[in-house]
Design a protein around this ligand. Structure first.
Ligand code: ACO
Length: 329
């Protein structure tokens, strides 16, 4: 008997109400709306208030997922959260989400792969379902990057926003739909292109860390940019080859929303018309692990993805980590 496919049967998202515009950022650092828009494609991003924890936002996103999938919360047996900005460092974000959601029958854990976190989590979920260890897995990308962003650093603070996106997966015996192929890759030798120097066990919280701002996320933008385009295009070619398909077969490309210029250059390098690439970075900025599931939910609810659509999701982020997943919806 052939292995079952793993299908995505519901989607959801939640973003905070508060909007931080480029004009707001002009009052905070030496930047301009023109520079931000031309260099990144971002107009505004959402910023969580103190009460809008990831557990809170995650609950709202997951409730939408369960409603659209028609699955009861008690039937969820696993929750996997991709995040680089959890509500607290211990326990995992997934444990806090499990409690808030009331998913009493679920095991819950996080996956740490920065902006690639959602696709890494989805691959883990696929493995658990195919091996029969799980039936209904909530896969969540959740970020409150505003809490680890240095609002004195104009090269990074213009980029990031907060939000949560999620999906639910389960086995499908008919192999006509579901995840067709996936691919994950890491190069840890390039970790310091995008990282947080302080706050871990090597440099535990200290007054010095607060003063030198090493608690915040740091990124070597131009170098990261070059890796992002090449590696995301490579990952797309790899998943297409593994499924015996070509770029022409793709209906919707959902790239990680890091920079509009990266999205355009990546689509070109893969050989997919840029019109097929979904873009919402103008409204949400870079929400790291949340960007792909948020975009996926928007595409499904707008009817841009329908039954039978071939969807190519591709991520890239700190690690460096990258990967792609090809799905027939
Ligand atoms: N406003 C005005 N000027 C600025 C700003 C700003 N906000 N930021 C930088 N500049 C200046 C620089 O100081 C520099 O000035 P100089 O030429 O006088 O030195 C000039 O603009 C060009 O700076 P670059 O850093 O070369 O600008 P670039 O065009 O590369 O854009 C950016 C920077 C937007 C960060 C881009 O490099 C990028 O998007 N990088 C990749 C992001 C990414 O993919 N990250 C991975 C995923 S994120 C994650 O995992 C959390």
């Amino acid at each position: 008997m052939k292995q079952p496919r793993v299908e995505l049967i519901g989607t959801g998202r939640h973003v905070p109400e508060h909007i931080l515009t480029n004009a707001d950022l002009e009052t905070m650092v030496d930047t301009s709306d023109k520079w931000i828009l031309e260099r990144t494609g971002i107009r505004e991003r959402r910023i969580a208030t103190a009460d809008e924890t990831l557990a809170f936002m995650g609950k709202l996103a997951c409730e939408q997922v369960l409603e659209s999938a028609g699955v009861d919360v008690m039937d969820v047996d696993t929750i996997i959260v991709g995040t680089a900005s959890p509500d607290r460092l211990l326990p995992s974000q997934a444990c806090d989400l499990q409690a808030t959601l009331g998913a009493e029958n679920a095991a819950a854990f996080d996956v740490g792969a920065a902006c690639s976190g959602f696709l890494y989590a989805l691959a883990v979920a696929e493995g658990l379902v195919v091996s029969g260890q799980a039936r209904h897995v909530l896969v969540v990308g959740a970020e409150r990057l505003s809490k680890i962003t240095d609002y004195q650093d104009r090269s990074t603070c213009i980029l990031f926003g907060d939000g949560v996106g999620a999906t639910l997966v389960r086995a499908r015996q008919e192999r006509d739909r579901g995840i067709l192929s996936s691919y994950l890759k890491t190069d840890g030798t390039l970790a310091e292109l995008l990282y947080r120097p302080g706050g871990g066990a090597v440099h535990p919280p200290s007054l010095e860390m607060l003063n030198d701002r090493s608690y915040y996320l740091r990124m070597a933008g131009p170098e990261t940019f070059k890796h992002a385009v090449v590696k995301m295009a490579d990952a797309c070619h790899e998943v297409l080859a593994r499924a015996g398909m070509s770029p022409d077969d793709v209906d919707v490309l959902i790239p990680h929303q890091a920079n509009l210029r990266i999205i355009e250059a990546t689509a070109k390098r893969i050989g997919i018309p840029v019109e097929k690439a979904f873009v919402n970075i103008d409204r949400y900025g870079n929400t790291s692990a949340a960007s792909i599931p948020m975009a996926l939910d928007e595409c499904v609810r707008e009817g841009r993805i329908t039954e039978g659509s071939t969807v190519l999701m591709v991520a890239f982020g700190g690690g460096l980590t990258w990967g792609a997943t090809l799905v027939r919806w």
